[in-house]
Design a protein around this ligand. Structure first.
Ligand code: ASP
Length: 407
């Protein structure tokens, strides 16, 4: 077993874990409590380990990336390219979601909206989101695994090391070493991802299996249709045009991260695997370690698609026809909302409240889709992390080109 294990790549074993997990979930559909009580805890354990290592990885790899660039302006340039890519693709994503939902609106079955209850958690406004990027103390970002704040801390220290020159040398060496050590822990944890994926997916299938077959099947299919089109068309074209990479190679190389995202529904939890996949695909390490963690928090194309589709669906259930102006408002709010969405399971649904409010739709409508949020979430997280990876490879290629031109 062990010997044959070495012959197959990790992606193969993750795939096996996924398939076995789905089968086990189907088998346990009548007794979901078994999956929830005995299998889910191990999935949680695995995800905990991933989350535990993700903060040091992000912190040290961004610091070391910045230090190795030796130039604050260069980091700024990469940042600008990254944010432009992220915002543009997210806006395209909502448009695809809206177009799909409008075309297939007729298939959405009429679901009764009487007696719906949903208490929306307070979604942070734009200014709050902006202010929250800056931490007021150094420990909290790490203890709360607040990725944007961790990035800010890493950037400050990275810049300071560059500026400090000779005096910063010892700190730079420490960062380099801490980065290498964290990577070793990460590799060890990643080895367990086939089992982790199995334990994460089994309870989801066991618990949701029957619900999916109900009246929500059409809206789910529409969302997944839009997810797939966005991945296949937008990302393929983008990596082909800007990273000069064949889409087949891209998706092939991304498979381990894609399967992890699908089963964990967490961009942040997928970060370690995503770093590995993009680097294997040829991304520059300093670029990947900056662009990916940033993407795991601010780039959510799948979430944006989901919000577009659900807004139209919820409107239809309430008998509301959204005007073009309202749909434009959805594009804007969904793009902004996806920035404020944390890369953890279920976050996108909370931000859906903000999108619905922007066009005066009743927030209770979320209750219509809340029951199967996890199923939407698996797809949207997959899209989210694939977008992060596409951007990483593109920015990396552009950087390489810029460096060659300079030389
Ligand atoms: N779960 C998603 C992610 O981690 C966020 C969301 O809920 O849309 O990327």
């Amino acid at each position: 077993m062990l010997q044959s294990k070495r012959k197959f790549p990790l992606a193969f074993w993750i795939f096996i874990g996924l398939i076995l997990g789905i089968l086990a979930g189907i088998g346990l559909m009548k007794t979901p409590h078994i999956a929830v009580e005995y299998i889910k805890p191990f999935g949680t354990l695995f995800l905990n380990l991933v989350k535990f290592i993700v903060v040091p990885i992000v912190l040290f790899s961004i610091m070391s990336g910045v230090i190795s660039m030796k130039d604050i302006r260069k980091v700024g340039k990469i940042g600008i390219k990254t944010v432009i890519f992220y915002m543009t693709t997210t806006a395209i994503a909502v448009v695809i979601g809206l177009v799909f939902a409008n075309v297939f609106k007729g298939t959405f079955g009429q679901i009764s909206t009487s007696g719906l209850e949903y208490t929306a958690s307070e979604a942070p406004g734009f200014i709050t989101t902006l202010i929250n990027i800056f931490p007021s103390n150094i420990i909290a970002p790490m203890s709360e695994a607040n990725m944007l704040q961790v990035i800010v801390v890493a950037l400050f220290f990275g810049f300071a090391v560059i500026t400090a020159g000779e005096k910063g040398k010892a700190f730079a060496d420490f960062v380099e070493s801490a980065n290498a050590v964290s990577m070793i822990i990460m590799d060890a944890i990643i080895k367990f991802s086939p089992i982790g994926v199995f334990c994460l997916i089994t309870p989801v299938v066991a618990e949701n299996g029957t619900a999916i077959l109900g009246s929500l099947l059409t809206v789910l299919t529409v969302a997944y249709g839009a997810y797939i089109i966005h991945m296949v068309v937008v990302y393929s074209l983008a990596v082909k045009a800007f990273a000069k990479m064949s889409p087949l190679k891209f998706f092939g190389g991304m498979m381990p991260a894609i399967m992890m995202a699908f089963s964990s529904a967490s961009s942040v939890g997928t970060l370690p695997l995503n770093l590995e996949c993009t680097e294997k695909l040829g991304a520059k390490k300093d670029v990947a370690s900056f662009v990916l963690p940033l993407g795991a928090t601010i780039n959510m194309d799948g979430t944006a698609i989901y919000q577009g589709v659900c807004a139209v669906f919820i409107a239809a259930c309430f008998g509301v026809d959204l005007t073009l102006g309202q749909q434009v408002a959805i594009i804007l709010t969904a793009t902004l909302a996806s920035i404020g969405t944390a890369g953890v399971p279920g976050a996108g649904m909370i931000m859906l409240a903000m999108v619905l409010q922007s066009v005066n739709l009743p927030v209770e409508g979320i209750a219509l889709v809340a029951g199967i949020d996890r199923i939407f979430d698996m797809g949207r997280t997959t899209v989210n992390i694939t977008g992060d990876a596409a951007c990483t490879l593109i920015v990396s290629k552009l950087e390489e080109k810029a460096e060659r031109n300079k030389a």
